[in-house]
Design a protein around this ligand. Structure first.
Ligand code: HEM
Length: 384
């Protein structure tokens, strides 16, 4: 993929979707699922698996790095029921909408502290100076862990993401295994300090000095799944608004509901554009037979633009009915959706209200290459 794909992958997704809602790609050796209905069918099917070992059919370079392999097999996002259900249930109440809403004041504090820090500056980087620290601060509050642990963990997430995007690459597996070792050290040291209010507390087990594997695996998963995604939504969302001054003005003046703004941004530039799956048995989707063992790339981002049914899919419009699949569908539906929504609504409303005259320096926009999610690496904004 050339650089332009990472800057704007939507022309490629559009060609994919125009080809078909479901097709076999010879080069990638996967079924590509692009249609909204097909995405729902696949992600809701009990014949479709998210299991790490099945997804990689034993071909991943992680098999040479036992700690890395054990960790990925321990992420409930990469498990099928019933193992998935059991682990997800252990933490799910901490991420429920009502609990997250009760933390709204703390989210406000995280955003306000970051805005105070940057307010005296002439220009700031959207990613480094705002979206990353806000996402880290919010995740730390929801998990009930110190923010420096979450920030230290964040430093390793790019390495793990790089490996997950290309799991057959041995050098990426070696780097990811090293990152896992460091993360283990970080969370092992944290276990004896955790308060019973922490989302991770129920997983520690009887001896905090030697915490259960499920504690370490889930701590890694939540650090991975919760930070770059939320940071991506905030940074990418603000970038798109800054590129459309009339919309930016509307949002900064409080004339658009933050809920509608964030849902439309999730649809328009989907932070997790794709999720992998593998068929456990033969299944038929839009007339195509997907055989047991076949792999699938489910393109949430393509389904969200829905070009086949919508003439204005490429337009940002807060008034549309934003039925999107940005948080997935079915049993793996994003556990952190209320957290991400709360963080992004607060961050985007407060930033735009604080800096109504902000202007993007377009030549500074840089996108990360080779990650499985949308990551704005940097974009400089002049604040006044
Ligand atoms: C804008 C932000 C976010 C987006 C776009 C997003 C997107 C997604 C998507 C698409 C999935 C489904 C994966 C699949 O079907 O294979 C998912 C799952 C998950 N997300 Fe999020 N996520 C976000 C934020 C968060 C946050 C803040 C957390 C934690 C605090 C989180 C934790 C998880 C977990 C644990 C799963 C696995 C759920 C399961 O397998 O049952 N996410 N997320």
């Amino acid at each position: 993929m050339g650089i332009s794909f990472w800057e704007d992958p939507y022309p490629v997704y559009k060609n994919f979707q125009k080809r078909s809602g479901v097709f076999w790609d010879d080069m990638l050796e996967v079924w590509v699922i692009t249609g909204r209905d097909a995405v729902h069918t696949v992600l809701r099917s009990p014949e479709v698996s998210s299991d790490w070992l099945r997804l990689n059919a034993g071909e991943s370079a992680a098999r040479d790095f036992p700690a890395l392999e054990r960790m990925l097999r321990g992420w409930f996002m990469l498990m099928d029921p019933p193992g998935h259900t059991r682990l997800r249930r252990t933490v799910q109440s901490f991420f429920a909408r009502t609990r997250v809403e009760s933390l709204a004041g703390e989210f406000q504090d995280v955003v306000a502290a970051q805005l105070e820090r940057i307010r005296p500056l002439d220009a700031v980087d959207l990613a480094e100076d705002f979206s990353a620290p806000v996402a880290g601060g919010v995740l730390a509050r929801v998990l009930g862990v110190p923010v420096d642990v979450v920030s230290a963990a964040a430093a390793h997430m790019g390495t793990i993401a790089g490996f997950l995007a290309l799991p057959h690459k041995k050098e990426f597996a070696a780097q990811a295994a090293d990152a896992v070792g460091r993360l283990d050290g970080l969370y092992r040291a944290l276990a004896p300090e955790l308060s019973p209010d922490s989302a991770l507390f129920p997983l520690v087990g009887d001896d905090p000095a030697a915490p259960d594997d499920s504690f370490l695996h889930t701590a890694h998963l939540l650090s991975f799944a919760g930070q770059e995604t939320t940071a991506g939504l905030i940074a990418t969302g603000l970038l798109h608004l800054l590129r459309e001054p009339a919309l930016y003005k509307e949002v900064s003046a409080g004339q658009a509901a933050p809920e509608a703004v964030v849902e439309e941004l999730l649809r328009f530039d989907t932070p997790v554009p794709q999720v992998p799956r593998v068929a456990l048995a033969d299944l038929t989707v839009e007339g195509h037979t997907i055989r047991a063992g076949d792999r699938m790339l489910v393109l949430l981002a393509a389904a969200n633009r829905d070009w086949r049914n919508s003439a204005d899919a490429d337009v940002l419009d807060f008034a549309r009915n934003q039925r999107h699949v940005a948080f997935g569908v079915g049993v793996h539906y994003c556990l952190g959706a209320p957290t991400a929504r709360g963080a992004a609504r607060t961050a985007i409303s407060e930033w735009t209200a604080a800096f109504p005259a902000a202007r993007l320096a377009p030549e500074t926009v840089r996108w990360a290459v080779g990650t499985g999610y949308r990551k704005l690496e940097s974009a400089v904004v002049r604040l006044a």
